[in-house]
Design a protein around this ligand. Sequence first.
Ligand code: BG6
Length: 485
Amino acid sequence: LKVDPFDLVVFGGTGDLAHRKLFPALFRRFLDGQFTAPSRLIGASRQNLDDAGYRATICEALQRFSSEAGRTDALKSFLDIIFYVPLDVGADTGWDLLAKKLSADPSPVRAFYLATTPDLFGMIAKQLAAHGMVTPGSRIIVEKPIGRDGASAARINDALGAVFAEQQIYRIDHYLGKETVQNLMALRFANALLEPVWNSAHIDNVEITVAESIGVEERGAYYETAGALRDMVQNHLLQLLCLIAMEPPASMEADAVRDEKLKVLKALAPIDVSNAAKLTVRGQYRSGASEGGVAPSYTQDVGKDESMTETFVALKVCIDNWRWAGTPFYLRTGKRLPQRVSELIVSFREIPHSIFSPESGKISKTRLVIRLQPDEGIKLWLMLKEPGAGGMRLRYVPLDMNFAEAFAIYAPEAYERLLMDVIRGNATLFMRRDEVEAAWRWIDPIKEAWGQSNEPPRPYFAGTWGPAAAIALVERDGRSWNEEI
Ligand code: BG6
């Protein structure tokens, strides 16, 4: 489906996100014929480049990060709609040039993507307004992290809100654009089977694992000030939790969905200095065997002798409401874990009574495994009878749905979907101000408790599943992380 003609300005247009994610995603949508002429993509950053110079950097980035870069004719046409404006946000230069460029050939939809550090968000919004670039058809897209705590997030939101109406602000959490994450809504609300049992009477516990095998890469400077709690839990993991736990929204309208997610965030049982030691584990990787070699430690990665920044977090989260009281949600995320895998695992309660003899074998809990990446798919683990005349032997087997095999069509990357949603004006998969701030309100006391404890993060070797305490966190409850991963 084609979108209206648009101008998209990417601040931080020479940065890592623009190269790695944004332009490859835009190229893919362009190839699919989704753009309507005369749409333009305008990079803006401090580097002193002209259009040709910028196109060359984007061409190079696509060669590295897009599997479609071999389609040279299409690539050439794509580069033709890319422009550049050298602009220094802090030094107040380049804004007039940008304003001129935009007004020369105005498109009905004007989107500003802020792929910069959050401390520039407010200033950019102000300058856009001061230079008359904000039109009724304008929208602004901001990347996470929105601030580093509740107070700074509120300040950023105030600054954005002074220029843009809330409906014009698109706060990206790219996990919401992942195909399987959206499928979670289809699974829950397009089937009659699950919703009646989707509560603590039937669900024993939920695990959310977002594991990465990479370290902090070139983002050490940012990561050192953030840590896994701010980088991953405040946004991606809490958003996943919301989608699993929320009540059915009345529709897919942005506010209907966001209202329900907000209620979950508000119902999260507080974790603070009184219980953080019991409910949280933080770790930091040491050097270890990883990805076929030996990975350096986190402190080596960021070039420091020591650091209090966590690269791994495990949490036991409870939701204080009727649906979920009594069902813990175990969350974990980390860098330099054995593999890149994101999974949601819903374990149902044990059967109340077994009619089978002990020789039939152990009866495991029914489990629904939703794999977000890689190999997106859904598995429902059930007990069934093993074929044969040897009596009733029970086996734990999966009903297995692998998206790539089942649909055999290209699954768009999260940014492809989200960028086009912005142009269409569909905010369902973006975060509203109150959601972001509610998430911070829950995160801040955890951070404070860690700060007060003065204990460093627990060490774990690169290539392992985090500190042993993360295993103990779940085993204390008589459960274990799903070993099937
Ligand atoms: C980003 C984090 O939001 O998500 C990164 O800042 C992390 O630290 C990335 O690596 C993970 O995203 P994905 O899509 O690769 O799972």
